[in-house]
Ligand binder design. Structure first.
Ligand code: FMN
Length: 158
């Protein structure tokens, strides 16, 4: 029985959240969990029993590679235990994004705050942060990440 943690990321901070979820599932819940990048996750999907997709929010939308992954494999994911996490710079998840995630058949949907590192961004991304009034910083709450991983571990991640 294996749980696949699918990591979708542009600048790496969500990958680190996915890795912490995986480690917590293994160490605190004894779950056989593995992390895979969203670009390679399709190849091993049929060999796993539960799937946790962790992806950032960019420009008010869940990261497109994660959305494409879930949409493309919806029928297969419907037969497994599915969990979804969005990660972003805002204090709360936009209600429209949450409503969309709630339609994807997951057993649980959560929001985990991410990180916005100025030194990792190009000119256009910095401009978008400025226009949106966004803040730089590492807002990741590792305790919340671990608590959600434990919660998922009791809700069907095997
Ligand atoms: C150009 C840009 C747009 C962003 N748009 C949003 C947004 O609409 N809502 C939000 O909560 N966070 C937004 N963020 C913050 C990202 O979700 C946050 O930095 C996330 O942790 C990035 O994950 P990554 O390092 O895995 O790519 C944005 C960040 C950038 C650089």
């Amino acid at each position: 029985m294996t749980t696949l943690v699918v990591a979708s990321t542009r600048h790496g901070s969500t990958r680190e959240i996915a890795e912490r979820i995986c480690t917590t599932l293994r160490e605190a819940k004894g779950v056989n969990a593995i992390v895979e990048d969203v670009s390679a996750a399709s190849k091993i999907l049929d060999s796993v029993d539960a799937v946790i997709v962790v992806a950032p929010v960019y420009r008010n939308a869940w990261h497109k590679p994660a959305t494409a992954f879930v949409t493309a494999h919806q029928a297969e994911l419907d037969k497994k235990s599915l969990f979804l996490a969005a990660s972003g710079g805002s204090p709360e998840l936009d209600a429209g994004i949450r409503a969309k995630l709630d339609t994807l058949g997951a057993r649980d949907v959560t929001y985990l705050r991410g990180a916005v590192f100025e030194e990792k961004l190009g000119f256009l991304e910095k401009l978008q942060i400025k226009v949106a009034g966004g803040q730089y910083g590492d807002f990741r709450n590792w305790h919340a990440v671990e608590e959600w991983a434990k919660h998922v571990g009791t809700r069907g991640a095997v």
